[in-house]
Ligand binder design. Structure first.
Ligand code: T46
Length: 136
């Protein structure tokens, strides 16, 4: 599986670092929604779903966490530990987030508004959808 990461160069000086991400310039989609996950404890695993029609960029802006990706054939484990690095996740990709460090903040830039109907929360249903798409 190809893991796609984006790099967002920091504008640093002796006051600290600043990262700017501009919609329409630095990302492969228009951003309609931003959310962030924090206060997730080390032993907690979350996600456990895929999306039918959603692209996202995940940036661990503070601390670190790991992302488990599964396209129905291959899996990948991705460490996010840099506020300058974004993981691109396309539709039809099962994801789980885990190994959150203390104080980790996971920022997500999303291509669509929140829609519960877009979630596939059952892993067998996810695999079935992948197989059906491949047989078309
Ligand atoms: C994803 C991973 C990386 C909203 O009301 N609006 C929102 O935009 C989102 C994302 C969530 N919610 C509500 C729905 C649930 O009641 O917030 C609650 C927690 O959401 P969820 O259990 O889906 O969170 P995660 O961490 O399992 O998954 C989230 C995103 O939902 C998902 O799209 O790809 O982060």
């Amino acid at each position: 599986m190809e893991v796609i990461k984006y790099t967002f160069p920091p504008h640093g000086d002796d006051r600290g670092q600043l990262v700017a991400i501009e919609a329409g310039k630095d990302l492969p989609f228009e951003v309609k929604r931003v959310y962030y996950i924090y206060d997730t404890l080390a032993g907690v695993r979350r996600g456990f779903h895929a999306h039918r029609n959603l692209q996202q960029i995940l940036v661990c802006v503070s601390g670190s966490c790991r992302i488990h990706l599964d396209d129905g054939h291959e899996t990948a484990e991705v460490l996010l530990d840099k506020p300058t690095e974004g993981l691109y996740i396309a539709n039809d990709m099962w994801r789980e987030m885990y190994d959150f460090s203390e104080g980790a903040v996971l920022l997500v830039l999303a291509s669509e508004y929140y829609d519960e109907a877009d979630y596939i929360r059952n892993y067998d249903a996810f695999l079935q959808m992948i197989r059906e798409k491949e047989s078309q």
